[in-house]
Structures are given as structure tokens and as C-alpha cells.
Ligand binder design. Structure first.
Ligand SMILES: [Zn+2]
Length: 979
């Protein structure tokens, strides 16, 4: 049991006094409590009259060992913050952010200094020691000189007003602050642990001996630092931070910087003092308190990299450590700017909302994003490598150079989401990272951005909920996609040179997109590449970040002329404004006659390109690097299909005798099915194109094709049209059955080969397409069960085998898998097992899974979405899920705040398959009528998707059914006949 708040209060006052020597003094008057009254500031953004320079934060997160779901009365936060600020205007008002904190006292001390000392202080960031010396010297000399009244250095009380709705505090001084002067703002307060994953929260785990261990964790992005200390919580209000954390002696604490020293206090408390940080935004501050083991190494330049995990998991950290060291070396070389901190810690946390968080020098991870257990496959290693590379990219993009405001979050997330593939491709050239960039960034972003309820990459936001909504597929994946497009058009030389220049010129500062375009333009001007030299990068890229959506380029061949026209890619009738939307499209293409890539910047609505000779086809958007779709006229599409069917050896890729690279084949498939879905081309064209798949061997186009057909199958199953779903499965098997049959239930091969095997065997297991595959999977499951889970199954196929075990087995199989889940020490293996457990058809078990994960009982709440994803795409389980979400809505919101990506994903995953008026009305009634949440993106997107599904079924069911029936006239043949 921890010490009382009264005792703690004495501890921190004493330590701050010790830290600050003569600067600390009791206020003349006791401060007033938070007052009632009109709040004197009416904006969500803070005023710019005060600049924070240096925070001295003393925190005692006092927590019991009860699991995090059971916050006890003794779980508390006691804090004191001194903020050295500069007044930029004459003012009596200081406004800063605070949420859920109880302010005990707030005082202000005028640090009026000599001109020379002020000038010295302005040269930021000074070290803590230096600043302390300056201030002490100033105080002493002035007392001796007697040129300033001593009273100038006494703290005066501030009146405190709070505005919970804007999460702000107003501190009012009777004596105005003078522009240009330095002040010390002192606030003591108490706070609490959060029940969500933001601010300061508890997380717990079980050791192999069954002990429960609890740790304290912070997660501040985007605007939760204010839940732990009053601060100027905006990304452009950068400052330096000196942190002191009080912990119990059996724990350790970690923060952004290395520890300076530790000091034992009374009983079992220890005070850890950290080195002063470099200049950074408040959302990047972090600390963790708990018991961890560590695995360390050094980069080429000597930066210490450490991976921290619970001691029973420390043997799972080698891969992440190696990847982190190599990735840090890679980025230093690639970006030509050194990582500025002396150390980098990566910490595996047992319960975490997102994959990871890039706190400068202390990156926090979900266990599944950092640890590799004994049963984890190469795909598991890929995930750890990608997340690590993403967070390390942020050490430059986000931490060193930060967006001015959350409106341009993509400057952080777009770069990190793009460079993670660049880094891992460099480190693991055989892993097929080009495919992964398309599958994870470009194709999903194209799909999301075709919704009317999508948003521009860059858009104004103000309140916390809207800021959280910026953490969307658009900021991450469209941001990454348009950077990739620009990179491929500008060439390495200009793009990499441009980002080096951008980082170098704006280090420790904040930027807007124009700063990036300016750096790129200057590099482009001096480039030897002719197309780069003529580019106005700003006007090119503005059309991609300020406008919602993206263009479809319609192409037709007329003799030696290529006619091109751009339109907004959309399904619903476009209003006049949107119909006039134009993009500057960096087009790339090759033709049936010339296989080298040609470039053209399309700026107008319609343009004509003259070729030197007639061609039978043109393939535009080379390797799917552009963020647009291509709609070929009927003859050109037929010529492309003929080319795919014929398959001659060609220059663009050449794999399996194709003239088009796997990325081009996948892009063609993705475009054509999406164009059909939105009504731009007949579905028959898309299906005819897909017939070439019987020759396809590559993971990327196979995956894109399976994804499209699978979505249709789900739509028809939600519409109770089982016979069309069955025909679609038959189509899949007709064109991919040969490839599936060549796969074995074995490990081995490259990562792309393993990924392909999983997709094809997964296909074979659906709907009894290949009964022998199912029998083999079930045999392996029972063998594994008979060996009490000790038999080594093929690692990449464990998920499929577990799924069949649950699906075809009964209660015994389900309960056995649950036991193995509880025994497992690998987070990733647990997720694999959990996904399989959700395949049960037993309603009691399904409800148990939903309740257990939401209550953090046996299943961690962070994995609630795993359960949702698995239950969402089957009509019967979806119905239970939808009811559960409605019944537990308040609990969900208290864990995952409104506007958070996690909550949005839960809702859209559940509702995105609905396709009836009844379901539309249910969703509208629940979110809009009853809860007035119609302004939130996830509600708007859910409603739009349901409408689109209804319209799609109405417009396309007959066409799809008739193509399938004509192509496969023996419609109800037993699948074994297909062998
Ligand atoms: Zn990120």
C-alpha cells in the first residue's frame, strides 16, 4: 500500500526546493481554489502570449498492484510542475491545458533578469544546470546589488479558472506580465489514473508463476499530456523537460532521457531524476514504471539501444533489438542527420491501444509489435520490423521536425508509414516490401478515399475529438501513398535530397507542407532529371493534400493519339464543384511498342498525347505508384486482357512470362474491380480480366483478387443470397485451385512464398472447396492436441489449423485452445489463437469472448478488436456483435474515446457489411437520433457504406449472377467434381 497524499505532498515540495535551491519560496498568500466564473478565453487553441521554455516536472504515480481494470482509491497521481515561460505580450492571463487535474495552488514568480542574462536564456535550449546557474546567479546578484526589490522574486498567487470543455486552465495575475520577461509558473496538483489508454494508466500481466504484475504507463499523443501535468499541450509549443519520477524500490522507471541519479526517500520510495530533454513537443514526453528486464546493444555510432520486456519475455527481444540497431544506422545514413539522443529504449507493454508510440528516446510498443515468440512466423518478424521502422522514422519525422498543428498530422504519419517500407526493404531485400507498401498503404487508401465522407489529407481541426479523428487511414496511408508517388516521379536524387534539406532546415522546429515543397522544389531545380526541373512541387502536391478524393484517368487510344480525361473517382452523382476538381497527375506509362517508362504531368481536364507510332495498348500508372485509378476504353482493356492471357516475355517484370509486373497486374485488377463496383465499367469486364488468374503465381495480384471476391461473398451472404456466394467461391477455385493444390501444409520458403501459401490454403478451406485440405488441417490440430500443444506445427499455418480445429471440432477443441491461449507467453500466438477461438458457432462461447475481452478478463482489452474483426463478417455472429456493441456502448467509449481510430474501427468493421434499410435505420437511430453523434466521421462513414452496399446490390446482383451462371453453367455441382 502506498503512502498517503498528505505525506507525498511533503516529499515533492521538499525535493523541488532541493532541486531549485533559493528559487523555491512559499507563496505570500494561499492561492484560491478553482473559481466559478466566465472563462476568459473562448478558443480551443491556446493564446500565443506566453511561450513555455523549460518544464521541471515532479510526479508520483502511486499505484496498487490490482489489475488495471480495477482502479482502486489509492491509485493516484501527485504532481508539481515549474514552468519557465517567456511573456511575449503584456498580459494578465496565462492559459494552458489541463484535464482532470485538481489544482492545489498556482503561483508566479517574476524572474526579471539583467539584459545580458535574458539574452543568454533566449539562446535555447540551455542545459538544466546552465539554466539553474543563470537563475541562481541572477537572484543572488540582485539581492546583493539591491537594484531590484526583493519582492520581485517572491511568488505571487494566481487565480485559477477551469474550462473542462476546452480542457484549459486560466491563471490570472493581479500584476500584468511584461512582454519579454521571464517568469516561473508553479502549479501543484493531483490527478488520477486513466481508465482508457491515454494519459497515465495501469497495465498488468501474469508471470508464468501466476503472479499479477502491474505497471504504470503514459501515452500522450495527441493531447493527453494535460491529463498528467498542466502544460501548453500544442505541438508547436516546444520546450525542454526535466522530469523527476517517484517510484517504489522494487520497480524501475524509464523516460525519454537517461537517468541522472536516483535518490532513496523514506520507506520504499525512490526518486529518479532524468537528464533534461532536448527541445520537443509535450505529446512526446513519456515515462514507464514497473519491473522489466533489458536486452541492449549499440549502433555503429555508439547509441545505446535497449529493448525492455517482462523478465519471462526477454528471450523474445533479439529480433527487435537487431532490427532497431540496424534501422537507426540506416536512417542516420539515409537522412544524413544523426539521432540526437544518447539512448533509445523500446518497451513492450502488456496492454496498449495502438501498435506503438514514438516518444522520443522511449518508444512504447504493444507486445505483439515488438516480441517474437518461439512459434512466430516470418510474417510476425515482418510486423515487428515494420512497426520498429515506423516508430524510428518518427524520431526524425515528428520528433525532430513536427507539424505546426494536427491538421497536418500526415507530415508525421505519412512519412513514417512510407519510410518504414523503405527501411525494411533495405534491411530485408527478400521480403517483398514493394508488395507490402501497395497492400498496406496504397490500395486501402484508394478504397477509403473514394468515400464522400473521407477527408482531405490536410484539414483544419480544433477540438480533441476531431484531432483524434486525424489518426485515420488518410493521414497514414494516403499520406504515405502520395509521398511514394512524388518519390517515383521526382527520382531518388531529388526526393531524398529534398527530405534531407527539409529535416536539416527545420530541426527542433515545426513545419507546414509548404516547407517540405520548398525544400523539394529547390532540389528539383538543380536536378539533372529534366522532368523534375520543370515541376512546381507545391502546386502539384497541393492538389493532392487539400482536396478530398482522387482522380480516375479515362484513357482511349485513337490511332497514334492517347486521349485522357480526369474525373473525381466517386460513385454518387458529383456536385458541380466536385465535378470541376482537378489534380496535377504525375502520369507514368508504357505501351505495346515501347517498354521504357514515359512520364507526363497531366494538369487539365482533358489532354491528348501524341505517340510516334500506333499501339495496341497502353499501361498507365506504372507499378501502381500513382494515387489514381485508370479507366481504359473497352478496346484497350481487351488488348490488355489478351496480353495477360497470352503472356509473352517482356521488359516490365517478366515473371511467369508476363509483360506486366506483379504490381501492374495487381493494380489493373484493383482498378477494374473498383471501377465496376462504382459503375464505371461492366462487371463482366472485371470478371473476364480475372480469368487470367489461372496463370498467376504471385502473392500480390492473387491477394488483391481474393480480397475483391471475398468482399462480394460477404455482401451476398448478408443479403441471404447463398447461391451467388457459392458461385463466387467456385470462380475463385476455378482460377486458383491449381495453385492452391500445389501448396503443402509445411513451413519453408521465402516470406512472399509463405504469404501466398497462407492465402491459397485459406481459400481452399472455405466452403469445403477442397475437403482433403480441411481433413489435413483437422488431423494436424488433433495431433497437436494429443501432444498437449507441444507438437511443432508449421508456424505460418498455425492460424489456419487452429481455425479448422475450432470450426470442425466441438467444445473439447475450443476449450483446449483456450487453455493453450492462457498458457502461451507469446502475444502474437495468443492473437492467432484468439482469432481461431472466435470461429466457434456456440453462442455462449461467442458472448464469453466478447465479455472477457471488454472486461480485460483473461483476454486483454487491447484485443477486443481481434474479436470484432472475426465476428463481423459472418451474418449470425455479426448480429450478436452489433447487439453487444449497442449494449456496452458507454463502456466502450470510456475505454476508447470518441474519435479514436480504435473505436471507429470497431464500429465500421461491424456495420460495413450491412446492406438493408432496416440496418441503416438501426445505425442511424442508435448513433444519430439517440446519441447525437452524427457529426463524427465513423458514424458518417458507416451510414455511407451501408447506402453504398444497398445501391451496389441493387445495381449489380443480376449482372454478377448472370456472368457467373453463363461461365459456370453447372451451377450446383459438388465441389469434389472440380478436382
Ligand atoms: Zn506513426
Amino acid at each position: 500500500m502506498a503512502l498517503s497524499a498528505v505525506y507525498l505532498s511533503g516529499v515533492y515540495l521538499w525535493s523541488l526546493a532541493a532541486m531549485w535551491g533559493g528559487l523555491w519560496a512559499e507563496p505570500e498568500n494561499q492561492p484560491e481554489a478553482v473559481l466559478e466564473g466566465p472563462f476568459p478565453w473562448s478558443h480551443q487553441r491556446l493564446p500565443t502570449n506566453i511561450r513555455p521554455d523549460h518544464y521541471f516536472i515532479h510526479l508520483h504515480p502511486n499505484f496498487s498492484s490490482t489489475p488495471d481494470s480495477d482502479l482502486s482509491a489509492s491509485d493516484s497521481l501527485t504532481g508539481h510542475v515549474l514552468i519557465l515561460v517567456t511573456a511575449l505580450d503584456n498580459t494578465s492571463l496565462i492559459v494552458l491545458n489541463s484535464k482532470g487535474l485538481t489544482i492545489k495552488e498556482a503561483t508566479l514568480t517574476d524572474l526579471t533578469l539583467s539584459v545580458a542574462v535574458q539574452r543568454d536564456l533566449i539562446q535555447r535550449p540551455p542545459s538544466a544546470d546552465k539554466q539553474k546557474r543563470i537563475l541562481l546567479h541572477s537572484a543572488t546578484s540582485r539581492q546583493q546589488d539591491g537594484d531590484q526589490p526583493r519582492a520581485a522574486f517572491k511568488p505571487v498567487s494566481l487565480r485559477v479558472l477551469g474550462s473542462p470543455s476546452s480542457e484549459q486552465l486560466a491563471l490570472l495575475s493581479d500584476k500584468p506580465l511584461i512582454a519579454g520577461r521571464k517568469y516561473q509558473l508553479s502549479v501543484s496538483y493531483s490527478g488520477s489514473f486513466s481508465r482508457s489508454y491515454s494519459g497515465l494508466y495501469k497495465a498488468s500481466y501474469q508471470t508464468p508463476d501466476g503472479d499479477t504484475r502491474t505497471i504504470a504507463v503514459t501515452n500522450f499523443e495527441p493531447s493527453s499530456a494535460r491529463q498528467v501535468f498542466p502544460c501548453f499541450d500544442e505541438p508547436s509549443m516546444k520546450a525542454v523537460f526535466s522530469l523527476v519520477v517517484v517510484r517504489r524500490s522494487q520497480h524501475i522507471s524509464l523516460s525519454n532521457m537517461p537517468q541522472r541519479f536516483s535518490k532513496h526517500l523514506e520507506e520504499d520510495l525512490v526518486e529518479d531524476h532524468y537528464q533534461t530533454s532536448i527541445r520537443m513537443s509535450s505529446y512526446l514526453l513519456a515515462f514507464v514504471v514497473g519491473d522489466f528486464s533489458v536486452n541492449s546493444a549499440k549502433t555503429k555510432r555508439g547509441v545505446k539501444v535497449s529493448v525492455f520486456a517482462a523478465s519471462h519475455q526477454i528471450n523474445q527481444t533479439d529480433h527487435a533489438l537487431l532490427e532497431a540497431v540496424k534501422t537507426l544506422d540506416f536512417y542516420e545514413e539515409y537522412l544524413q542527420i544523426i539521432y540526437p539522443l544518447p539512448k533509445l529504449d523500446l518497451v513492450a507493454l502488456p496492454d496498449f491501444e495502438s501498435g506503438a508510440m514514438e516518444n522520443w528516446g522511449l518508444v512504447t510498443f504493444r507486445e505483439t509489435s515488438l516480441l517474437i515468440g518461439q512459434f512466430d512466423s516470418l510474417r510476425g518478424q515482418l510486423w515487428v520490423s515494420l512497426v520498429t521502422a515506423h516508430e524510428l522514422a518518427h524520431q526524425w519525422f515528428g520528433n525532430l521536425v513536427t507539424m505546426v498543428w494536427w491538421s497536418d498530422l500526415w507530415l508525421n504519419e505519412g512519412f513514417a508509414s512510407y519510410l518504414e517500407y523503405t527501411a525494411v526493404r533495405h534491411l530485408q531485400p527478400d521480403w517483398g516490401l514493394e508488395d507490402q507498401h501497395l497492400l498496406m498503404n496504397v490500395f486501402p487508401a484508394l478504397e477509403k478515399d473514394s468515400l464522400l465522407t473521407s477527408h482531405p489529407v490536410s484539414r483544419p481541426v480544433s477540438c480533441s475529438t476531431k484531432i483524434r479523428e486525424m489518426f485515420s487511414d488518410i493521414s497514414y496511408h494516403k499520406g504515405a501513398s502520395i509521398l511514394g508517388m512524388l518519390h517515383s516521379f521526382l527520382s531518388d536524387d531529388v526526393f531524398i535530397g529534398g527530405i534531407r534539406k527539409y529535416l536539416s532546415e527545420h530541426r527542433y522546429s515545426n513545419t507546414q507542407p509548404d516547407d517540405l515543397w520548398k525544400a523539394m522544389s529547390e532540389k528539383a531545380k538543380n536536378s539533372k532529371e529534366p522532368r523534375a526541373g520543370i515541376l512546381d512541387v507545391k502546386s502539384l502536391m497541393d492538389s493532392w493534400i487539400i482536396q478530398r478524393g482522387y482522380p480516375v484517368v479515362s484513357i482511349s487510344i485513337q490511332g497514334r493519339q492517347i486521349h485522357m480525361r480526369q474525373d473525381l473517382f466517386s460513385i454518387l452523382p458529383q456536385n458541380n464543384t466536385e465535378a470541376q476538381t482537378l489534380w496535377q497527375i504525375p502520369l507514368t506509362f508504357y505501351t505495346s511498342s515501347v517498354s521504357s517508362v514515359a512520364f507526363h504531368l497531366m494538369k487539365s481536364k482533358e489532354e491528348v498525347l501524341a505517340l510516334s507510332e500506333e499501339v495496341s495498348w497502353i499501361k498507365a500508372n506504372v507499378n501502381s505508384q500513382g494515387f489514381y485509378r485508370v479507366n481504359y476504353d473497352g478496346d484497350t482493356l481487351r488488348a490488355l486482357v489478351t496480353e495477360l492471357q497470352a503472356g509473352e516475355e517482356g521488359a516490365q517484370g517478366g515473371a511467369a512470362g508476363f509483360r506486366f509486373s506483379p504490381a501492374d497486374r495487381a493494380g489493373l485488377m484493383d482498378d477494374t474491380f473498383h471501377l465496376a463496383r462504382q459503375g464505371w465499367v461492366p462487371y463482366g469486364d472485371a470478371f473476364t480480366l480475372s480469368m487470367y488468374m489461372h496463370r498467376e503465381e504471385e502473392y500480390l495480384p492473387i491477394t488483391v483478387f481474393i480480397n475483391h471476391i471475398s468482399k462480394m461473398i460477404v455482401q451476398f451472404s448478408f443479403n441471404q443470397q447463398a447461391c451467388i456466394s457459392r458461385l463466387l467461391r467456385e470462380h475463385l477455385w476455378r482460377v486458383l485451385g491449381r495453385q492452391a493444390r500445389s501448396e503443402r501444409w509445411e513451413e519453408g520458403g521465402s516470406l512472399p512464398a509463405q504469404s501466398r501459401r497462407v492465402r491459397l490454403l485459406d481459400l481452399a478451406l472455405r466452403g469445403g472447396l477442397w475437403p482433403e485440405a480441411e481433413q489435413e488441417a483437422l488431423r494436424l490440430f488433433h495431433f497437436w492436441m494429443a501432444k498437449d500443444g507441444q507438437h511443432p506445427l508449421p508456424m505460418s499455418l498455425r492460424g489456419l489449423i487452429f481455425r479448422v480445429g475450432v470450426w470442425r471440432g466441438g467444445y473439447a477443441e475450443w476449450i483446449f485452445l483456450l487453455q493453450q491461449y492462457r498458457l502461451s507467453q507469446s502475444g502474437k500466438d495468443q492473437v492467432t489463437m484468439l482469432a481461431a477461438l472466435c470461429r466457434t458457432t456456440n453462442h455462449t462461447n461467442i458472448l464469453w469472448l466478447l465479455n472477457a475481452s471488454l472486461q480485460n478478463h483473461i483476454i486483454k482489452t487491447q484485443d477486443f478488436k481481434v474479436v470484432v474483426d472475426q465476428l463481423a463478417f459472418r451474418p449470425k455472429t455479426n448480429e450478436m456483435l452489433w447487439r453487444f456493441i449497442q449494449q456496452h456502448w458507454d463502456q466502450l467509449v470510456s475505454k476508447f474515446p470518441l474519435g479514436s481510430l480504435y473505436l471507429s474501427d470497431i464500429v465500421t468493421a461491424t456495420t460495413s457489411h450491412f446492406n438493408s434499410t432496416q440496418k441503416y435505420d438501426e445505425v442511424y437511430e442508435f448513433f444519430v437520433t439517440q446519441r447525437s453523434l452524427g457529426h463524427l466521421s465513423f458514424v458518417q462513414q458507416s451510414l455511407e457504406m451501408i447506402k453504398l452496399n444497398m445501391r451496389w446490390l441493387q445495381a449489380n446482383t443480376k449482372a454478377i449472377q448472370s456472368w457467373l451462371q453463363q461461365t459456370y453453367p453447372v451451377t450446383y455441382s459438388a465441389y469434389p467434381l472440380l478436382h
